[in-house]
Design a protein around this ligand. Structure first.
Ligand SMILES: *[C@@H]1O[C@H](CO)[C@@H](O)[C@H](O)[C@H]1NC(C)=O
Ligand SMILES: *[C@@H]1O[C@H](CO)[C@@H](O)[C@H](O)[C@H]1NC(C)=O
Ligand SMILES: *[C@@H]1O[C@H](CO)[C@@H](O)[C@H](O)[C@H]1NC(C)=O
Ligand SMILES: *[C@@H]1O[C@H](CO)[C@@H](O)[C@H](O)[C@H]1NC(C)=O
Ligand SMILES: *[C@@H]1O[C@H](CO)[C@@H](O)[C@H](O)[C@H]1NC(C)=O
Ligand SMILES: *[C@@H]1O[C@H](CO)[C@@H](O)[C@H](O)[C@H]1NC(C)=O
Length: 362
């Protein structure tokens, strides 16, 4: 209860900021925060899987067909959602992958650790597609980068001060459903747990992982809710729609998880001094963004049996008409909508309590 005033204070404090932020124009030059760290799955991966032994790779054409550097490992024809958020935060250059950052010591502006097929649980994705950098391992990679930052800035204190100012985005949990719970031929979780129990155990583990991130100096953390995994061409092809436009059993399960993320964020903010966690309602943003496209339930590229783009084929000519590039991942056109609404909420329910543009100012 003693935390209540602090929380209220924070909410009231953010309202004037909301007004200021909406009056401001996009400033060019310096980014709004000195650094941006990205944790997540294939929605955010920018090439971390390229050197892994896995089927979950996108470092070949037609991926990157609209990207200046060609195929890089992004699961998209162009920029992905993390790239869009980085750009909106004012970063001119792309955030490097973990391997690039480590090799070039380009570490102070932030690092992208995201890995396609990764989950909160270590086993998610592994039995389905191969090696993966799970969230625990992404946090381990972050510790390596922090030691390099400490070295670069001279001491732990300066490193912590720097890390406190960064924005962190984290998109995790989708593969704990699509590449675990809903693959009963490979995983036992759907026999061990009801959808409610599973969401609870995932949230417990996620809570500890988010606390570890806080212990590593993160204060401004945007936690992405799960997308409508039941509406992907992959889910529709695998499960059939049974008369509805999406696979409801999947959407219902991920919504249970999402409903527990909001209280998780609230609890972290109440219990961890200086913490500013915020929830991004990707489920709603995903659902609404899809409607902007002519083709909403079919992939733009021709698919392999794993649901990724077939390397030998030419994708659809107009990528801006498709919501999905392959059987599970958004086109750049849709990533632009996802990133923009995460950065600046379009509806009051897009983010709780603040969007990323406000998080940058706190
Ligand atoms: C990744 O693989 C590429 C090509 O095989 C190689 O050049 C590069 O050194 C590898 N990077 C790491 C970090 O292993
Ligand atoms: C992709 O991102 C880069 C770097 O932020 C940016 O320069 C480029 O305009 C983006 N492309 C599109 C189509 O948004
Ligand atoms: C995750 O699982 C792999 C394979 O079973 C194992 O080698 C690795 O140590 C595990 N990582 C963590 C962080 O538990
Ligand atoms: C699933 O359960 C069976 C039987 O209990 C066990 O032998 C197997 O190792 C389990 N598989 C996984 C991936 O946990
Ligand atoms: C299909 O819908 C019917 C009626 O709503 C329901 O009883 C059945 O369980 C559904 N099947 C699947 C596979 O979702
Ligand atoms: C991709 O699939 C479409 C039909 O879905 C077909 O018309 C086209 O020829 C295929 N492209 C290639 C390069 O195989």
């Amino acid at each position: 209860m003693e935390n209540q005033p602090k929380l209220l204070w924070w909410i009231f404090f953010t309202i004037p900021l909301l007004i200021i932020s909406n009056l401001q124009n996009c400033a060019y030059g310096e980014p709004q925060v000195p650094c941006f760290f990205v944790f997540g799955d294939s929605l955010f991966d920018n090439g971390n899987n390229n050197n892994l032994s896995t089927l979950a790779k996108a470092n070949y054409t037609p991926y990157g067909i609209d990207f200046s550097k060609g195929p890089t490992g992004r699961f998209s024809n162009g920029n992905n959602t993390a790239d869009v958020i980085a750009k909106l935060l004012g970063f001119d250059d792309y955030i490097p992958t973990f391997n690039e950052a480590k090799a070039t010591k380009n570490i102070l502006r932030g690092v992208n650790y995201a890995s396609g097929s990764a989950g909160i649980r270590n086993e998610s994705g592994r039995l389905a597609v191969g090696d993966v950098i799970s969230l625990d391992e992404q946090l381990q990679n972050h510790r390596i980068i922090i030691s390099l930052i400490t070295e670069a800035l001279g001491n732990k204190d300066s490193a912590m001060k720097h890390l406190n100012k960064c924005i962190y985005t984290i998109d995790m949990g989708n593969n704990d459903y699509t590449m675990n719970y809903f693959l009963p031929q490979l995983y036992n979780t759907s026999r061990q747990f009801s959808a409610h129990q599973y969401a609870t155990v995932l949230i417990q583990q996620y809570s500890q992982q988010l606390e570890s991130l806080y212990d590593l100096g993160a204060r401004k953390v945007a936690v992405a809710g799960l997308i409508q995994n039941g509406c992907s061409p992959n889910a529709l092809a695998t499960y059939g729609t049974n008369g509805s436009s999406c696979v409801e059993v999947i959407n219902n399960a991920v919504q249970i998880f999402n409903s527990k993320l909001i209280p998780l964020v609230t609890n972290l903010n109440a219990n961890l001094p200086g913490a500013k966690f915020t929830y991004i309602n990707f489920y709603q943003i995903d659902a609404e963004s899809t409607r902007a496209f002519r083709f909403t339930r079919v992939a733009c590229c021709n698919l392999t049996s794993t649901g990724l783009c077939d390397p030998s084929t030419i994708p659809c000519p107009d990528r801006t008409e498709y919501a999905f590039y392959d059987s599970a991942h958004p086109t750049e056109a849709r990533a632009l909508i996802l990133g923009r609404r995460a950065y600046r909420a379009q509806s009051v329910t897009d983010a709780f309590p603040v969007d990323i543009s406000l998080l940058a100012q706190l």
